[in-house]
Design a protein around this ligand. Structure first.
Ligand SMILES: [Zn+2]
Length: 209
């Protein structure tokens, strides 16, 4: 039988959230409900339980529009594709919410990146969806070199691949060229508690915090 303890913890957590946002300072959520959301930043993060962008950036409700998927990946612009969850959420954030920043947030010890490494070595995972999805970042893993390379470096390069793919969306490329929309590549080193950022002029990641 599944223990209810974890779900009880989540319900207790909701009660704590409710006490803060509805009882102690209700005006903020009331405003978000009445005026609607107006987040300035879209974050594309990994589904990994240890890399929650709202927790990592100490953000409040209404601040971040968040997409999470395996390995924080952005597929290239493929309007003819079907059921593109990540692309449709990006479209809503950019075209409807008019976010000013897009952050792609990768992280160390990423299971999606480790799967990509194994696939690059020719080890097909016994999963139905994973290989096709992480192949978005195949370029980052040097697939041609049989996946040789450091997983963290591959993870950072996967962030760069996603940034490149973001620019293939015409309604991102245009405001980006006009400096109305900025793109950021971040990578969270969870072992060291460090945040890295991609410097596109240097073509390298630097420690941000
Ligand atoms: Zn991950």
């Amino acid at each position: 039988m599944v223990s209810p303890t974890q779900i009880d913890r989540l319900i207790a957590g909701f009660k704590s959230f409710k006490a803060t946002y509805y009882e102690q300072r209700p005006e903020r959520f009331q405003s978000l409900v009445e005026r609607g959301q107006n987040p300035r930043t879209l974050v594309i993060a990994c589904s990994d339980s240890r890399a929650d962008p709202a927790i990592l950036t100490n953000s409040e409700p209404g601040e971040l529009f968040v997409i999470r998927n395996v390995a924080s990946l952005v597929p290239p612009y493929q309007p003819e594709g079907r059921m593109l969850g990540t692309s449709s959420a990006i479209e809503f954030a950019v075209r409807d919410l008019a976010v000013r920043h897009i952050v792609v947030l990768g992280h160390s010890n990423c299971g999606g990146i480790e799967a990509l490494q194994r696939i690059a070595k020719g080890e097909e995972p016994e999963r139905e969806f994973l290989a096709n999805w992480v192949s978005i970042a195949c370029e980052a893993s040097n697939c041609k070199d049989k996946g040789v390379g450091d997983a963290n470096e591959i993870g950072r390069q996967a962030v760069v691949v996603s940034l490149t793919n973001l620019k293939t969306f015409p309604w991102i490329a245009e405001p980006h060229a006009k400096k109305e929309l900025s793109l950021h590549g971040w990578w969270f080193d969870m072992g060291k508690g460090a945040l890295w950022a991609y410097n596109e002029f240097k073509g390298a990641f630097e420690v941000l915090a």
